[in-house]
Design a protein around this ligand. Structure first.
Ligand code: SF4
Ligand code: SF4
Length: 198
């Protein structure tokens, strides 16, 4: 697999995403209902995805991340269908977590870029987490640290230069989101008309 991000650049991206996302430990919101483990850190249920360069970097520097074996049909399917620059991997879990070794994905979840039709980043939106029950989702965006938000947007602008495929993916996700919002507004409009009729 061709390397697109140099080690120096990767370190600068990690640095960019090192500010706290919010000013409290959100793991305290979800861990008590998940056997004491923050939902997004439960590697058996939520398989972290690393960019190829991240995986190589960590492999050379202490092997914090290890390739996830296809332990069940679902994970096998994820691995087979994913882009070839992704590596599904396992970390030591919250008890052994080292802040500086968190993956780009750990540092951006549960947000993703929202793009306009020309591909410009308009802001961040909650990811479609595919059933991962993150209690931050739906909370007002003002809980997120503005410096963090600004840096995450900068991060995605840089990543799209290295990985235009990611830009395509988020363009599609943004248009799906637009359609969902349009449907929701239409539904709300219909409901308010029904209420008026009643
Ligand atoms: S990001 Fe969401 S799922 Fe992860 S620890 Fe925070 S609240 Fe829990
Ligand atoms: S590296 Fe840390 S933050 Fe990321 S999934 Fe593992 S325990 Fe959670």
């Amino acid at each position: 697999m061709k390397t697109r991000i140099s080690e120096k650049k990767l370190k600068s991206l990690y640095q960019l995403l090192s500010d706290p996302m919010i000013d409290f430990d959100c793991g305290e919101l979800c861990a008590p209902g998940n056997g004491g483990i923050p939902v997004c850190c439960a590697n058996e249920d939520v398989v972290p995805v690393l960019f190829n360069e991240e995986y190589k970097y960590h492999w050379k520097n202490g092997r914090f991340w290890k390739r996830m074996p296809p332990i069940n049909k679902e994970i096998k399917k994820f691995i087979e269908e994913a882009e070839d620059y992704y590596v599904f991997a396992k970390c030591p879990g919250p008890a052994g977590c080292e802040r500086s070794k968190r993956a780009l994905n750990c540092r951006t979840f549960p947000l993703e870029p929202y793009l306009d039709k020309d591909g410009g980043i308009m802001g961040l939106a909650y990811s479609d987490t595919n059933g991962i029950d993150c209690p931050l989702i739906g909370k007002p965006m003002k809980i997120f640290n503005p410096v963090y938000v600004r840096n995450v947007i900068k991060f995605w602008e840089e990543m799209f230069e290295y990985y235009p495929e990611e830009k395509e993916t988020y363009m599609e996700e943004s248009r799906k989101r637009d359609r969902r919002i349009k449907r929701l507004k239409l539904r709300q409009k219909r409901l308010s008309i029904l209420r008026k009729v009643k």
